[in-house]
Design a protein. Sequence first.
Length: 219
Amino acid sequence: MSDTSTHEPPIQVVVIPVTGFQQNCSIVFDKKSRRGAVIDPGGDVEKIEKALGEHGVTVDKIVLTHGHIDHIGGAAELAERLGVEVVGPHRADQMLIDRVEDQARDFGVAGVRAVKPDVWLEEGDSVEIGGRAFQVLHCPGHAPGHVVFFDPELRFAISGDVLFAGSVGRTDLPGGDHGTLLSSIRDKLLPLGDDVTFLPGHGPASTLGHERQTNPFLK
């Protein structure tokens, strides 16, 4: 019997740090079909489009983890350019999304347009990203409508700003709550398993096991 652990994963993830926030916009696509999705296009739309062209990716949707400007600032423009729908986050973030132009003024960001998601997500939904069925986990705390995407077979999660390598999401922005955030991490993320690799919204990837053992905010 062959050892399947050595098989190459069927998807590729290209991370593009965008804007002054250095937010991890990601392109997740199927290696064979070159079809996929853009996750959290926070800005620098031309930079994202250049990466799409370099990798020959055809985008079928834009997916949002939550409604903060550094994650959605370029979504409206990119969706219009590509002619694709915007999926997510949870409807609890509608207030944040409706205020994206106010967020832009607050943070001194120019050229941001309002975005209207075509599909809101709920706990237990499934979203196709790069030909894979990613489970949707509603993980409030950093933002009320924050969602995390998890592929149980590939043991891979896209965590947005819930959990970082060595840290957790800030909760001092509107709708944030530290206790709720920690509950989301402990009740939704950590039970997925120590072997799960997650890509956060900022900084490097990590594993849930490493964060369980070393993250000072989870002690």
